[in-house]
Design a protein around this ligand. Structure first.
Ligand code: BG6
Length: 483
């Protein structure tokens, strides 16, 4: 069993406190941390939103959020009652001056206080200005900002400017929940905690790297937001680029927030601009009575991509000429996220019956079944000649660590505890986000310049046909999207 280290008592003020993220992830995640003894009882969680809620009505909302989103074995009535007594509601409109003073009165600002903005970026600045105006910010305050962190480079810079007027960079926590996933952090442990991989981790031994984040769900319910973003802005600019950074970065000299983020930033800045033939866009069609992307988005003329595949290159000494294939999409065959490091084929085979031996593949699975899997070539058991087969060396975390998959700490709860501890390693720094947007903007303007439009693909497949060409033309193949 891992050790639980309690955090100091804190205040968490959650703007957007009745929203979808609060309901599905944040409140259940906080309950879990409380349940395992990590959150002291004297902490306060204040959900803030415009709507007015009666005390009982709000308590029922929190209870429902927890019971509907967590395994029942985690819920015991005493703990739940204690947790509910820590969570209160404050009705507040970011646009006016009312109730900010009473929010301030309800907080002991000598405690660590995290203001979590789980709201649309259009009201970021109003909230931040009011936090300042009503004197709620102290040196031990932190601000947590959800994505989307801007829509392009200019808007991300503007958001950074707004934040930096009242907070210093070491108080700002820009969330990318992918960084909170168990396996994503394990990638760093794997690379920098083992002597085995690092000497091979370069263009001399690695043929290419594939990063896949496939989702089975469509955009139902979020059509309006998504239609303005598309897969590039919604997933690649943040989640996939963060994965790319962790897999490609140089070893930081120390595992500290700035050392790690400095190395990630160098990767982003070394990304080459893409050629339009290195970009594939797709959009899901309909199947049976299930709506197409255009119908889900409520926009019959939409040309937004619900799928994107890219071939990227990093121009530095370690990765010269190594292809990084990235793809993500909605309504695909399965919900699978993985990073696959494909090593080069053997330079020479000594086995006459096997003139060519495939390179090993190291697959780091983010979800489902978090773990690491390596294909190795061995002799097929049995008498007779030397027949070779490829078998998986499988290290599923749940199995290896004897844990239920559901018990692995979830991304949001881990990240919130890091906010309270003041550990920024798994959060994006301002310059990193801006650099990611700069590259993203170039990719988008490249496809716009070439008037690329998404190819329609059949739902629950591996995406558009054109995506196959991206790897086939390099004599490579995408890995199957399978669990
Ligand atoms: C979010 C995107 O950031 O990540 C969603 O906005 C996407 O469109 C989600 O569905 C995927 O997260 P996860 O953790 O379910 O892979």
């Amino acid at each position: 069993m891992y050790k639980i280290i309690p955090v100091d008592p804190f205040n968490l003020v959650l703007f957007g406190g009745t929203g979808d993220l609060a309901r599905r992830e944040i409140l259940p995640g906080l309950y879990r941390r409380f349940h395992v003894g990590q959150i002291p009882r004297s902490s306060k969680i204040i959900c803030v939103a415009r709507k007015s809620y009666g005390k009982q009505e709000f308590s029922d909302f929190v209870k429902k959020a927890i019971t509907e989103n967590l395994d029942q074995h985690l819920i015991d009535q005493d703990t739940l009652a204690q947790f509910l007594s820590m969570v209160t509601y404050k009705s507040l409109d970011a646009n006016d001056n009312e109730n900010w003073e009473s929010l301030k009165q309800s907080l002991d600002l000598s405690l660590i206080t995290a203001f979590y903005l789980s709201v649309g970026p259009n009201i970021f600045s109003k909230i931040i200005n009011n936090l300042d105006k009503f004197d709620l910010i102290r040196p031990n305050s932190r601000i947590v900002v959800e994505k989307p962190f801007g829509h392009d480079f200019d808007s991300s810079r503007e958001l950074n400017n707004i934040l930096s007027k009242v907070f210093s960079e070491n108080q700002i926590y820009r969330i990318d929940h992918y960084l909170g996933k168990e396996t994503v952090q394990n990638l760093m442990a794997l690379r920098f905690g083992n002597v085995l991989f690092e000497p091979l981790w370069n263009s001399q031994y690695i043929d290419h790297i594939q990063i896949t984040v496939a989702e089975k769900g469509g955009v139902e319910g979020r059509g309006e937001y998504y239609d303005n973003s598309g897969a590039m802005r919604d997933m690649v600019q943040n989640h996939l680029m963060q994965l790319l950074c962790l897999v490609a970065m140089e070893p930081p000299s120390i595992f500290s927030p700035d050392a790690v983020r400095d190395e990630k930033l160098k990767v982003i800045r070394s990304l080459e601009p893409l050629h339009h033939t290195d970009i594939v866009l797709g959009q899901y069609g309909s199947i049976g009575s299930e709506p197409s992307y255009k119908e889900d988005a409520g926009n019959p003329r939409s040309t937004t991509e619900s799928y994107i595949a890219l071939k990227c290159k990093i121009s530095n000494w370690r990765w010269a000429n190594t292809a990084f294939y990235l793809r993500t999409g909605k309504r695909l065959r399965k919900r699978v996220s993985e990073i696959a490091v494909v090593f080069k084929d053997l330079p020479h085979s000594i086995f006459q019956d096997h003139p060519q031996i495939n390179g090993n593949v190291l697959a780091i699975r983010l979800q489902p079944n978090e773990g690491i899997n390596m294909t190795v070539t061995i002799k097929e058991p049995g008498p007779g000649g030397m027949r070779l087969i490829e078998v998986p060396l499988d290290m599923s975390f749940a199995k290896s660590l004897n844990q239920e998959v559901g018990n692995l700490t979830k991304a949001y709860e881990r990240l919130i505890m890091d906010v309270i501890r003041g550990n920024q390693t798994l959060f994006m720094r301002g310059d990193e986000v801006e650099a990611a947007w700069q590259w993203t903007d170039k990719v988008i303007s490249c496809w716009e310049k070439h008037r690329k439009t998404p190819q329609i693909y059949d739902p629950y497949t591996s995406g558009p046909e054109e995506a196959y060409m991206l790897t086939n033309k390099d004599q490579r193949r995408w890995r199957e999207i399978e669990i």
